[in-house]
Design a binder for this molecule. Structure first.
Ligand SMILES: Nc1ncnc2c1ncn2[C@@H]1O[C@H](COP(=O)(O)OP(=O)(O)OP(=O)(O)O)[C@@H](O)[C@H]1O
Ligand SMILES: [Mg+2]
Length: 286
């Protein structure tokens, strides 16, 4: 099955002013409906890549396209892009600016020139999706960090983008906050939103993503998550460790549990379930 390419960079080169190139001749695709994790060490270019995909940075050469149409980096082109691709930056304080949560989340839809009724509907929907309806009238500067993060994501969700790009969305969230955010993202995905996230957490990427893109000095390597996060050469180049689930899968297969083609457990719960399965329960590695 080949999902259609929703957002693509073709032959993109980019350098910040006076800086060395961050990307040279980069080809990169976001496929519709595939959850994509971007991984790489500090400074490898994850944030830069996300800003190129969302139109915030303009490639020095090469092009950005959405559904096969090249995006022009002028006001009209970027306005159209904002209804398709939304970026949530890592630090919510860089994104939130309105006095209250409701005002902040309504800003994008208001700017699209939608009717008040439509804006209200979108804000209500986004607040509900992020589970912050009760915070609608709260001043943004009085929120906790996790609440500010959810508010920033709600602001992007209210634009009903086809692609939601999140820069380290789980960083700074407690375990329950992470779980709730992942559940929220699952809900958005079930409604047809394609989600891209940058993360340093290989275990999170393994359980959440369909595909992983590893940013290494030799380029960006993208593929199905389990296979990509099993490649020790790529992991080393990207400054990442082997995910626990991949290591557990290797161990199990070495002891005859699971077929060679299995990807192994993706979560501790899956591993525990395997241990409890009748065919393995009484088995001891010999
Ligand atoms: N505004 C900027 N001006 C100049 N150089 C920048 C700017 N932002 C990033 N860079 C440089 O571009 C490169 C890629 O940085 P980027 O922020 O994309 O990395 P990252 O993978 O997101 O890192 P992190 O994991 O620390 O968030 C780095 O060498 C960085 O120093
Ligand atoms: Mg970054």
């Amino acid at each position: 099955m080949s999902e259609s390419v929703l957002v693509a960079l073709r032959g993109v080169s980019f350098a910040y002013d006076e800086g060395p190139p961050v990307f040279t001749g980069l080809d990169f695709e976001v496929r519709e409906g595939r959850a994509l994790a971007l991984l790489g060490r500090n400074g490898s270019g994850k944030t830069t890549l996300m800003r190129l995909l969302s139109g915030g940075l303009r490639p020095g050469s090469g092009e950005l396209s959405v559904s096969g149409r090249v995006v022009r980096h002028d006001r009209k082109g970027l306005t159209a892009l904002r209804t398709t691709v939304q970026l949530v930056v890592q630090d919510p304080d860089d994104q939130l600016f309105a006095a209250s949560v409701g005002q902040d989340v309504s800003f994008g839809p208001l700017n699209l020139g939608l009717s008040d009724t439509e804006v209200r509907a979108r804000v209500a929907e986004a607040l509900a999706a992020l589970d912050i309806t009760a915070l609608a009238d709260r001043p943004t500067h009085l929120l906790s960090y996790g609440q500010r993060k959810r508010t920033a994501i709600a602001g992007a969700v209210a634009m009903r983008p086809r692609v939601l790009i999140l820069d380290e969305p789980t960083a700074g969230l407690d375990p329950d906050g992470q779980e709730r955010l992942l559940a929220t993202l699952d809900g958005l995905r079930a409604n047809g939103t394609t989600v891209v996230m940058a993360t340093h957490d290989v275990d999170l990427a393994l359980r959440w993503a369909d595909d992983a893109a590893l940013l290494t000095p030799s380029g960006v390597h993208t593929g199905p998550v389990a296979g990509t996060l099993s490649r020790r050469d790529l992991l080393t180049a990207a400054g990442l460790r082997l995910p626990w689930g991949v290591a557990a899968g290797l161990f199990l297969r070495a002891h005859g549990v699971g077929a060679d083609t299995d990807v192994g457990p993706r979560t501790p719960e899956e591993l525990a379930a395997l241990a409890a399965a009748p065919e393995y329960r009484d088995r001891r590695p010999g």
